[in-house]
Design a protein around this ligand. Structure first.
Ligand code: ADP
Ligand code: MG
Length: 349
């Protein structure tokens, strides 16, 4: 007969369910930064400040001047499957916001000490604070002055899940991941002013930049000046597709694929179809084993791309992958062929 006796089935208590779900979206401090900043972007912020202490293991704070959150909605913001971004399947299909799953804050607050202060009104005294710690506490809402916008502070990530805390690496490594997340986010929105501080020191201060020159200053600050000295600027459209950005000349390839940024409608993605199209475009001009550098923006009708493929939304699925692939390949292939070889020097890094 059976050696294992049937145990009773129970519904998980919600905080435990959140901690389990947190495994999917909260891998390390950098994932918290990504989720908090994406919320700030979705709230229409013009300025976003990120503060990090001890690589993010001690403290992560994201401050924005976006829409804020009203008092009545504050506890909901921290509940699972609670979102202001979609209400229906139709809205999901055309979703333009970065978030829509209503899981990030619930997950993060189940594995940290989280404080959220927000104000949805113009009155600078009119803010509200909510604090939650790990699994024990029900959110408590108290008045707290805050300018219009939201500040979320996440302390002691994984303090109550020691098995996961153990997986955090050194401060330097975790900070490196945070800075990379910040880099992607700051590259995704030139129209937002960004600040990054680590241990109270400013690492990046990037004013909103509308024209190409100002954008290139930001690229230089984030990726190093060398990046643009050996890159082409392009801006191409076909039908409802637009591709713009900067691609490195083949002579400026790298040993690692570490400077490759591809955004689809403002969302950074790693996509096999995209990677393949780019690789093909460089195939005849790049030495074997070398990797091109690029910062590219693909803009498409949200209806032709499905972003609900993965919890971290790093993957997307195009309705017509063939068409997107061909557009990317031919745009890049042409741009690279037109670049006069030798003109920009031949520095390989
Ligand atoms: P999602 O982003 O998928 O909706 P989250 O758990 O990240 O889920 O956030 C839950 C809700 O909290 C959001 O839908 C939004 O209404 C609110 N929210 C979170 N962060 C902010 C912010 N910085 N500014 C305004 N609203 C926010
Ligand atoms: Mg979110």
């Amino acid at each position: 007969g059976a050696t294992v006796e049937a145990r009773r089935i129970r519904v998980l208590d919600p905080r435990l369910a959140n901690q389990i779900a947190a495994g999917e979206v909260v891998e390390r401090p950098a994932s918290v930064v990504k989720e908090l900043v994406e919320n700030a972007i979705d709230a229409g912020s013009r300025r976003i400040e990120v503060d990090i202490e001890a690589g993010g293991a001690r403290l992560i704070r994201v401050r924005d001047d976006g829409s804020g959150i009203g008092e009545a909605d504050l506890p909901l913001a921290l509940s699972r499957h609670a979102t202001s971004k979609i209400v229906s399947l139709e809205e999901l299909e055309g979703v333009a916001s970065l978030g829509f799953r209503g899981e990030a804050l619930a997950s993060i607050c189940s594995v940290s000490r989280l404080e959220l202060v927000a104000n949805a009104a113009e009155d600078p005294q009119g803010g509200w604070r909510v604090v939650v710690e790990g699994r024990q506490m029900e959110p408590r809402v108290t008045p707290a002055p805050h300018p219009r916008g939201t500040s979320v502070t996440v302390r002691d990530l994984f303090f109550n899940t020691p098995a996961r805390r153990k997986f955090l690496r050194t401060e330097k490594t975790e900070y490196g991941h945070v800075e990379e997340a910040f880099r992607r986010l700051a590259l995704s929105r030139f129209d937002i002013t960004w600040v990054l501080r680590h241990n109270q020191k400013i690492v990046h201060q990037l004013p909103a930049s509308i024209d190409t020159m100002a954008r290139e200053r930001r690229i230089g600050a984030l990726l190093g000046k060398g990046f643009l000295e050996h890159a082409l600027h392009l801006d191409l459209g076909a039908g409802s597709l637009r591709l713009w950005g900067w691609v490195g000349l083949p002579t400026h390839s790298r040993a690692q694929a570490d400077q490759q940024y591809f955004f689809v409608n403002g969302r950074v993605v790693r996509d096999r179809l995209v990677a393949h199209a780019i690789r093909q475009a460089y195939r005849d001009v790049l030495f074997h084993g070398r990797h091109p550098v690029f910062v590219l923006y693909l803009e498409v009708d949200p209806l032709i791309v499905d972003v609900n493929v993965h919890p971290t939304k790093h993957e997307v699925r195009f309705r017509d992958g063939r068409m997107v692939h061909d557009f990317l390949f031919s745009s890049l292939h042409r741009a690279l062929a037109e670049a006069r070889p030798g003109e920009q020097g031949d520095h390989a890094v």
